[in-house]
Design a protein around this ligand. Structure first.
Ligand SMILES: Cc1cc2nc3c(=O)[nH]c(=O)nc-3n(C[C@H](O)[C@H](O)[C@H](O)COP(=O)(O)O)c2cc1C
Length: 246
């Protein structure tokens, strides 16, 4: 598959077969995505891979919150500008109509829409999720870096015959994500490289572009948390810290 084919065939998939994917494939994808450019070569993305029991733990915590009527955490950023210019408001509305219409949910069916949205917090059935954080001090240019990185991941997944869905929806339960992912409050580069060396689930899998072997260690360490090496991982890309919304 060439880059044009990857770009054209990528689409947001919201129903995964759950077909297994070797951990080595994800390692290959993430290692290559680390080649993504970034302003000043900051490589500011902090990524965390959850799968197996840890992902199940996250999903069930959010499931419990939703069942208790909890509508989520205060959002760190607005999903869209307050007064969305008409052209964008129209695209957003059309997207919603297509999305819910495809599921046979009428516009006024609030419960139906909520049920469809809640599939977000099941990762649409995918058994692995990649969470991307940026340090609190990072600015919009670094958000752009993260987007470039994530698009690289999504295109590389296509080359591997896999699909994905970016998900800002996880930001709605970001406190619970934080409990499970357990990222450092505001990692410094030094702290980052320390945790990289210690890499386990809950520590970043990101690394310097020149240091991709660390990434492989991270993936292996993820497996030490209950996913046997070689056990297959699915692929959904969860992008919980940028500023776009479904
Ligand atoms: C940053 C970002 C966040 C997104 N968040 C969600 C989300 O939370 N849930 C979802 O179902 N789709 C989400 N999407 C997918 C968009 O709805 C989708 O990309 C858009 O409708 C275009 O469709 P396509 O990806 O199939 O080309 C997100 C996309 C991006 C880029």
């Amino acid at each position: 598959m060439n880059v044009y084919e990857a770009v054209h065939s990528r689409r947001s998939v919201r129903n995964f077969l759950g077909r297994p994917v070797p951990a080595a494939v994800l390692t290959r994808v993430l290692s290559a995505a680390l080649r993504a450019p970034s302003g000043g070569n900051l490589q500011p993305w902090e990524i965390y891979l959850l799968s197996g029991s840890r992902l199940e733990d996250l999903k069930s915590r959010v499931r419990r919150r939703i069942a208790a009527g909890d509508v989520g955490d205060p959002l760190p950023v607005r999903p869209y500008p307050a007064a969305l210019p008409a052209i964008y408001a129209q695209r957003l509305a059309e997207m919603g109509e297509r999305r819910y219409g495809a599921a046979g949910i009428a516009r006024e069916d609030k419960d139906g829409r909520a049920r469809i949205r809640a599939r977000n917090w099941e990762c649409f059935g995918a058994p692995a999720a990649l969470f991307c954080y940026l340090g609190e001090r990072m600015l919009p240019p670094q958000w752009m870096d993260a987007g470039i990185f994530l698009q690289s991941v999504m295109l590389l997944l296509r080359v591997e015959g896999l699909d994905s869905c970016a998900q800002i929806a996880w930001a709605e339960y970001h406190r619970t994500v934080r409990e499970v992912v357990n990222p450092p409050a505001s990692p410094t580069p030094r702290a980052r490289s320390a945790v990289r060396r210690a890499a386990g689930a809950g520590t970043p899998l990101s690394g310097d572009r020149e240091a991709t072997p660390t990434l492989a260690e991270g993936v292996l360490d993820t497996s030490r948390r209950g996913v046997p090496v070689g056990q297959k991982l699915g692929a959904v890309v969860a992008n919980s810290s940028t500023n776009t919304w479904l």
